[in-house]
Design a binder for this molecule. Structure first.
Ligand code: SAM
Ligand code: SF4
Ligand code: FES
Length: 345
């Protein structure tokens, strides 16, 4: 097969077969300069120079799930857990708004945080700031999704993580792939902009599976698609597994841009953790979003999804400045808009 021909087809038709995507994912990154170039060109055509910042508040590290890869899993007894109170969350959101952020992401483990309190938090943030609100709270019951949407939440971020059902089952004990997908479909139905995506490099994940992931993301008509490399955590069953690669993450990012041209695509913190230039590389391979941390510095160490996470010793203002510098060093600009979905459906 010819790389150029496939990339041109993806660029003009946003369309490749599973076999074609797989072939590209199996090609070494050094031979894929054309893919990266065309993804960057597509990003420029669709999103311009604007990079959207989404301020993330990691408000609780309690989790009832046991995802095999994650340091916040319930069975990890080695970490101290914390949960921010409603007032602290609203105050942090106000501070993010004062720093100029246009979107706040409320993220937590699958905590039992009362759905009503979350709704009150959403209403207060909406009353006190002009920000868009993204929720990233894992799977909750459908009534809660509805309640939060009615309270004013704009978007929901729920990665499907891996499109292979048996691997999904293996790495997510007591969870269901079907419920994950149904959650995403329901969220879209009731008016959320939806984001999903994958962890790159979970053991057993093949280029064929990653091709399925991309096709699933197309089927779901995602507004946002994220991919972060898997980083092994010492207190999880996957502690001895190999880390995901920068190369595969960049290939997936570039293909995301070509196959879902209107999607918002983040340059992830996980990629910035395994490579100091990781986020810069993703921003030049199709990404147009960065999600800086605004959580109070004293909690950052404890939200240990994976080891050596960047920004653990910084505060919100430091990260805002750092990101601003990264973006202008690439000749790009921080967007002054909310950065809602670019899809018109
Ligand atoms: N609990 C919610 C959920 O699972 O959707 C939100 C928080 S969870 C920590 C956010 C994301 O972290 C997950 O979607 C997963 O992809 C990612 N993650 C967890 N452990 C990771 C690891 N060891 N390496 C890279 N990413 C990881
Ligand atoms: Fe909990 Fe999310 Fe981590 Fe799974 S990925 S253990 S649901 S915080
Ligand atoms: Fe936090 Fe660079 S984004 S220090």
């Amino acid at each position: 097969f010819k790389i150029k021909q496939l990339v041109d087809q993806a660029f003009t038709k946003n369309n490749l077969t599973k076999a074609e995507i797989t072939a590209l994912l199996k090609t070494e990154l050094k031979d894929l300069a054309y893919l990266i170039e065309k993804a960057d060109q597509k990003r420029a055509a669709i999103c311009g120079n604007q990079v959207h910042l989404r301020a993330i508040i990691e408000f609780s590290s309690y989790c009832k799930q046991n995802c095999y890869y994650c340091g916040l899993r319930k069975d990890n007894k080695e970490i101290k857990r914390y949960q921010l109170k409603k007032e602290e969350i609203v105050k942090t959101a106000q501070m993010a708004s004062e720093l100029g952020y246009q979107t706040v992401v409320l993220q937590s483990g699958e905590d039992e945080y009362p759905a009503q309190t979350i709704a009150e938090i959403i209403r207060e943030i909406k009353a006190k700031t002009k920000m868009a609100i993204t929720l990233s709270l894992g799977e909750r019951d459908f009534a809660a999704y509805k309640l939060w949407r009615e309270a004013g939440a704009d978007r929901y971020l729920l990665k499907h993580e891996i499109a292979d059902r048996s691997l999904y089952q293996k790495y997510h004990p007591k969870m269901s792939y079907e419920n994950r997908i149904e959650s995403l479909e329901y969220l879209k139905l009731i008016g959320y902009q939806i984001g999903s995506g994958v962890i790159i490099g979970l053991p057993g994940q093949t280029p064929e599976i990653l091709a399925e992931d991309l096709l699933l993301c197309q089927d779901l008509e995602l507004d946002m698609i994220g991919s972060g490399p898997f980083i092994p955590h010492q207190a999880t069953p996957l502690k001895a597994s190999k880390q995901g690669t920068v190369a595969m993450t960049l290939k997936f990012t570039a293909l995301s841009r070509l196959l879902l041209p209107l999607a918002h695509i983040p340059a992830t913190t996980a990629l910035g953790t395994i490579d100091v230039e990781g986020r810069q590389k993703a921003l030049q391979a199709g990404a147009n979003v960065v999600m800086p941390n605004v959580t109070d510095g004293k909690y950052r160490e404890q939200y240990q999804i994976y080891p050596d996470k960047i920004c653990v010793n910084e505060e919100a203002g430091d990260c805002r400045q750092c990101i601003g510098g990264i973006i202008s060093s690439l000749g790009r600009e921080v967007s002054q808009t909310k950065g809602h979905s670019l899809r018109k459906d």
